[in-house]
Write a protein that binds this ligand. Structure first.
Ligand SMILES: [Zn+2]
Ligand SMILES: [Zn+2]
Length: 136
C-alpha cells in the first residue's frame, strides 16, 4: 500500500467514525441528506455518495440500523437495542417508543408457525403532539 492510498483510507474511516458519532448524538432518525449537511461543516469536500457508502458500511458492520420506510427516504439510527417507533403521518417525525413486549410477541408467533422467528418490527402511525396542536 502506498502512502497516498493509506492516507485516503484513513480519512475515509475518520469520516465513518464521525458519522457514527453524529448518529449517536441524535434521536431524530435522520436521513442520509441530513447527515451529509451536518458532516459538510467539518468535511467541506465530502460528497453525498460518500455518506451513503459509509452508512452502508456501518449498517453492514452492525453499528447502525437502517429504517426502511417505503415511499420516503431511508432513515438511520445508532440505537441498536430493539425498540418501536412512532411515526407522525403528517410531519414524518420518527420517535423512539419504549413499549415492552418484544419477547412475548416473538414467542406467540413462534407457537403459531414452524417458521423460526428471529425478531419483528412494528411501527405506530398517527399524529405527533405538535401536529395535533396545529390541527385544533
Ligand atoms: Zn407531526
Ligand atoms: Zn429508533
Amino acid at each position: 500500500m502506498n502512502n497516498h492510498s493509506s492516507h485516503t483510507s484513513l480519512r475515509h474511516s475518520r469520516q465513518r467514525d464521525e458519522i457514527l458519532k453524529l448518529l449517536r448524538t441524535t434521536t431524530s432518525h435522520p436521513t442520509a441528506d441530513w447527515i451529509y449537511q451536518e458532516m459538510k461543516k467539518e468535511f467541506p469536500h465530502l460528497s453525498l455518495g460518500t455518506v451513503y457508502r459509509n452508512l452502508a458500511l456501518l449498517v453492514e458492520q452492525g453499528l447502525v440500523r437502517k429504517l426502511e420506510s417505503g415511499s420516503t427516504f431511508d432513515r438511520f439510527e445508532a440505537r441498536l437495542e430493539p425498540h418501536y417507533h412512532l411515526i407522525c403521518s403528517r410531519c414524518r417525525v420518527i420517535s423512539d417508543f419504549d413499549m415492552p413486549g418484544y419477547q412475548e410477541i416473538n414467542e406467540r408467533a413462534a407457537r403459531m408457525t414452524d417458521f423460526k422467528i428471529q425478531g419483528h418490527k412494528i411501527e405506530f402511525f398517527g399524529l405527533c403532539s405538535t401536529c395535533r396542536a396545529q390541527q385544533s
